[in-house]
Design a protein around this ligand. Structure first.
Ligand code: DX5
Ligand code: ZN
Length: 216
């Protein structure tokens, strides 16, 4: 199994992001949380800063858009050069159309689901996406506790991905630690976003420990 560890820079030092990227060079992707203070009650950063981060990051960027109207805003992140652009199912007017547009620009298209959003309506649409992000906390803030009640969604997704033969990455985000990553991996996740558990310590060591726990 391929395991991907994506540190979330939400937990990094926002005054020294270039230096922080230097500390996560052994990770697979850097997860960047875009929040608009409408879709979630928090505000982080937007396109001008992402464009600059793309220039200094040693690893590709995994964009997580927690914004209203992704149909309008998400393609610009793909055009800027993001490796993957994940938008929320709850916010998109035309999730399939948007995913097709992101792919046509050259980015991987990701669909994110809040903890209360059922996955069933999307199981027949997996061919349209490169990754599905099962939120394991309510989006908006780092440092929250992992919600085990979200694991059945991953099990369903993993079964469907296996049966279909598609290569859709299954991502979890929120409260991922050396303990909770084991549950998420057992449920079928292969791509793990971790903010506080990476940056509240030595990031290189934390990335290794998370990877080892997921693969154990
Ligand atoms: C929360 C963000 C997460 C956040 C995770 O809405 O999407 O990416 O950074 O932070 P931790 O790992 O601290 O729960
Ligand atoms: Zn995120």
């Amino acid at each position: 199994m391929v395991t991907r560890i994506n540190p979330s820079i939400l937990a990094a030092d926002f005054a020294n992001l270039e230096r922080e990227f230097g500390r996560i060079g052994t990770a697979d992707l850097a997860h960047v949380d875009v929040m608009d203070n409408h879709f979630v009650p928090n505000l982080t950063l937007g396109l001008p800063i992402v464009e600059r981060l793309l220039q200094v990051s040693p690893i590709p960027l995994d964009l997580h858009l927690m914004i209203d109207d992704p149909d309008r805003w998400a393609p610009a992140y793909a055009e800027a050069g993001a490796f993957s652009v994940t938008f929320h199912a709850e916010a998109a007017a035309d999730a399939v159309g948007l995913a097709r547009r992101l792919r046509s620009i050259g980015a991987r298209a990701g669909l994110a689901l809040k903890p209360g959003t059922p996955v069933e309506p999307y199981l027949d649409l997996l061919v349209e996406f490169d990754q599905v992000l099962v939120m394991t906390v309510e989006p908006g803030f780092g440092g929250q506790s992992f919600m085990p009640a979200t694991m059945p969604k991953l099990t369903l997704l993993a079964e469907r991905v296996r049966a279909s033969g598609l290569d859709v990455w299954l991502q979890v985000d929120g409260g991922i630690t050396e303990d909770t990553i084991v549950q998420a991996a057992q449920a079928g996740a292969n791509t793990f976003v971790a903010g506080s558990s990476v940056f509240n310590g030595d990031p290189a060591e934390r990335i290794n420990a998370l990877r080892a726990a997921a693969e154990a």
